[in-house]
Design a protein around this ligand. Structure first.
Ligand code: BES
Ligand code: MN
Ligand code: MN
Length: 464
């Protein structure tokens, strides 16, 4: 173990360095946020690449001894490293520089790619998810390099397709196992409970995402001439979707729950102790009540239970005024969040079979799978978890609580499968940061707290 005097000295040096450079750190992040790196929309393909170049440049100037913008069949993966001693452990930092589309644009109070700092928060698409959190790592690395305090090796792998399913990252990981050799994966792409209640995500849900299309007649029809006599695909689709939940909000797809691991009463009891303010939750969302699967709490519904949700639905006439039409087609995008030990491919197949089976005569149904991902649970008795716990306890002045997250980072299960590596999800966002939503923001407190905490993780992990 390191001598306390020198480690305290290092820590003070780092704090001073962060303090002296905090305005520049923020200004650089705002520059990154100005690049509209929307991976889902090919209109922005030059911008997505620009964001990759920006990230590579900053990792390099922070002190990496190797950097490469690795081409893939899609957007590039930025890989960088600083190896100080082959015999020391290596932390592999993963994150993403791509962002979700910004629409609906009219609901933003300021343009999504013209970041503003208001009420101590940075407003921009990607401010929290995940540019702000990735940038904390680059600045933490710079801080450790500049103060001679990097205690072990570090590798960076920052991708540009997380928001569209990370398809090419899987291929990259399989083809670059040598280069990705490490001891642990560190990711900041999740949230804490509150700024005064630090927490560490110890679980992610899996995902099965698909698109369905219901086709009736071979063309749009006059809704007076044909209405009532021919299947209306929108009516049919609505009814089919409605039938996917019963009156208890259980999912009705046969055998859907077969592989679900139920929490033990003790685990549920522990979860019930997690700080959660239902009234504040409802107030934040301006809803008068919550709604979900009978027999489970809100926290459970949003983390340890599987779900099925329509993410988008369309068909027929949606322009101004009224057009009397019976559409030929109706479509929807549907996501299912999965929990251990459900498997994405298996669930996609179950859904497809069931959805075909419930289609009434008079329509045809097609189901097209998009991306998927597997659920993941991390141990809390590992040295990496303890290092993250110690780091957060020191920087927040309070021991973090383990929480199960509801979102998905599909690559995490893949890292374990392909590289045999465990992940620590040390995120600094808040659920109220409006990720994927208009007015996404990230607190300055959270940004700087991350930059302060990450070097502590490195220190405690290297010591262990
Ligand atoms: N950072 C999120 C995932 C997340 C958010 C996990 C909050 C836990 C708490 C990530 O960028 C994301 O949005 N993932 C997608 C999955 C992907 C396959 C599109 C998701 O969860 O919808
Ligand atoms: Mn993310
Ligand atoms: Mn996201």
């Amino acid at each position: 173990m390191q001598n306390n005097g020198s480690s305290l000295h290092n820590h003070n040096n780092m704090k001073n360095y962060i303090e002296a450079n905090k305005e520049r750190f923020l200004a650089e992040l705002l520059d990154l946020l100005r690049i509209p790196s929307i991976s889902a929309d090919s209109k922005y393909k030059d911008d997505v690449r620009k964001a990759a170049a920006f990230i590579a440049d900053k990792i390099q100037s922070a002190g990496a001894d190797f950097i490469e913008i690795c081409e893939t069949a899609g957007y590039p993966i930025v890989f960088g490293q600083k190896i100080i001693d082959e015999s020391l452990p290596t932390v592999l930092v993963y994150g993403h520089y791509d962002v979700q589309p910004a629409d609906p644009l009219n609901l933003w109070d300021s343009p999504p790619f013209e970041p503003v700092v208001k009420d101590e928060k940075i407003y921009a698409r990607g401010a929290c998810d995940d540019k702000g959190q990735v940038y904390m790592h680059i600045k933490a690395f710079e801080t450790m390099m500049a103060t001679n305090a990097l205690p072990c090796n570090v590798k960076f792998m920052i991708e540009g397709e997380e928001e569209v399913g990370s398809d090419n990252l899987g291929t990259f990981v399989k083809a670059n196992k040598e280069r990705l050799t490490a001891d642990v994966i560190l990711i900041s792409d999740t949230a804490i409970i509150a700024n005064d209640i630090p927490s560490i995500d110890v679980g992610l849900r899996g995902l099965s995402y698909l698109e369905v299309e219901v086709t009736g007649s071979n063309r749009d029809l006059h809704s007076g001439v044909y209405g009532g006599a021919v299947a209306n695909p929108i009516n049919v689709l609505s009814k089919m979707i409605a039938s996917l939940h019963d009156e208890n909000n259980h999912i009705t797809i046969p055998t859907f729950y077969d592989d679900v691991v139920e929490l033990t009463p003790a685990q549920r009891e522990a979860m019930a102790q997690t700080p959660f303010d239902l009234e504040a939750y409802k107030k934040d969302l301006a809803i008068d009540d919550v709604r979900g699967e009978a027999g489970y709490s809100t926290l459970e519904r949003a983390s340890i239970r599987p779900t099925l949700d329509v993410n988008g639905i369309w068909g027929g006439y949606i322009g101004e005024g009224a057009k009397t039409v019976l559409p030929s087609k109706a479509s929807a995008k549907i996501s299912m969040r999965l929990v251990p030990n459900q498997q994405s491919d298996k669930i996609t197949e179950l859904f497809t079979k069931h959805f075909q089976a419930i289609a009434p005569a008079g329509v045809t149904v097609t189901v097209r799978p998009h991306h998927g991902g597997e659920p993941y649970v991390t141990p809390t008795d590992s040295k990496e978890y303890r290092a993250a716990e110690k780091a957060m306890e020191e920087s927040f002045g309070k021991k973090p609580v383990p929480t199960r997250g509801g979102g998905s980072i599909p690559i995490v299960a893949l890292f374990e499968k392909e590289l045999g590596l465990k992940t620590v999800l040390m995120g600094f966002g808040l659920d109220s940061d409006a990720i994927h939503s208009p007015n996404e923001h990230y607190g300055l407190f959270n940004f700087y707290k991350g930059i302060e905490t990450i070097p502590l993780f490195f220190k405690y992990y290297a010591e262990s």
